[in-house]
Design a protein around this ligand. Structure first.
Ligand SMILES: Cc1cc2nc3c(=O)[nH]c(=O)nc-3n(C[C@H](O)[C@H](O)[C@H](O)COP(=O)(O)O)c2cc1C
Length: 216
């Protein structure tokens, strides 16, 4: 079984709903399983943000909290973040800044090296935005952090009309799925969920192939 972890930070639930669609895309591929986990909230900042935006964490309170081991103990992972000022959210940044366990010291006098188990591991990134401003740099900020681990980034690409047709533009772009929570209608929209499902499937295909290559 190819195991994919779908890790996300969400306050008002939109990134969570996209995470569900990513997981649907993963489990649509034979032999692939998805596990959803939420990136832990930060006690100081979280409540302030939740009060300002409207806390919907109850919608996914049943999901376990992610640890950085969840990036290691899988064949691939998706990471979803709420967009804050064109960047990853505070909790996602904190989460990624606590990945010391994915590094190891070869010797005390040598620089730390990423765990070889991360090399080439397929990963993909998606976002939940409000008005949709600057969701791409938010994805890039996560890509930059993950690049230190030597992972393989899986993109959405320009393969879908939901992405390429200007009349259908919403959340989601060539880099990754997204949604704009401050626009009318139910969000994520059907198009935004479709993009996320394709992204999840693309991740699962890459992870399944990566796992088989490692067994050879
Ligand atoms: C401090 C702050 C900054 C934000 N910056 C952006 C932004 O740059 N672009 C954007 O589209 N939305 C921005 N938003 C809105 C959030 O992305 C939006 O609330 C989104 O729904 C968060 O995802 P969630 O529903 O999964 O919590 C910001 C919200 C806060 C609190």
């Amino acid at each position: 079984m190819t195991r994919i972890n779908v890790l996300f930070h969400s306050v008002t639930g939109h990134t969570f709903k996209l995470a569900e669609a990513i997981a649907e895309g993963v489990t649509g591929l034979a032999g692939c399983a998805a596990v959803l986990k939420q990136i832990p909230e930060l006690p100081g900042i979280g409540p302030v943000t939740m009060a300002a935006l409207g806390d919907r964490k109850g919608d996914f309170a049943h999901l376990p909290e992610a640890t950085t081991d969840d990036m290691l103990d899988c064949d691939g992972f998706a990471l979803g973040t709420a967009v804050y000022w064109g960047n990853m959210s505070y909790a996602t940044k904190y989460f990624l800044d606590t990945t010391a366990n994915l590094y190891r010291l070869a010797a005390p006098d040598q620089p730390a090296q990423p765990n070889p188990g991360m090399f080439g591991k397929p990963v993909t990134v998606f976002t939940g935005g409000g008005n949709g401003l600057a969701s791409e740099p938010a994805i890039l900020s996560v890509w930059t952090a993950l690049s230190f681990f030597g992972v393989t980034i899986v993109t959405v690409g320009a393969r879908l009309p939901e992405v390429t047709d200007p009349k259908r533009h919403g959340g989601g772009n060539t880099l990754g799925a997204g949604t704009f929570s401050r626009t009318p209608g139910t969000r994520p929209s059907a198009d935004e969920r479709a993009i996320a499902r394709v992204q999840g499937r693309a991740l699962a295909e890459a992870a399944r192939a990566w796992k088989e290559r490692r067994r050879d």
